[in-house]
Design a protein. Structure first.
Length: 64
């Protein structure tokens, strides 16, 4: 019987990237709702921050 250790808290950079992703999605929705095409920039920012979040979470998984 083996016990696997708990992975611990989420890395700080991954948490920040996830928060930025959520805020960028909200800003994109609001921009498009107001009829502004600047929402495209917010969508791109959400994509980049989402990728950063996944990168830091996978990096933690590999290093443990």
């Amino acid at each position: 019987m083996s016990v696997t250790p708990s992975p611990g808290p989420i890395p700080r950079l991954a948490l920040y990237a996830a928060v930025v992703c959520v805020l960028a999605v909200v800003a994109a929705v609001l921009s498009f709702a107001r009829g502004s095409w600047i929402g495209i920039v917010w969508v791109l920012m959400a994509g980049v921050s989402s990728n950063m979040c996944w990168y830091y979470l996978r990096r933690r998984k590999v290093t443990q």
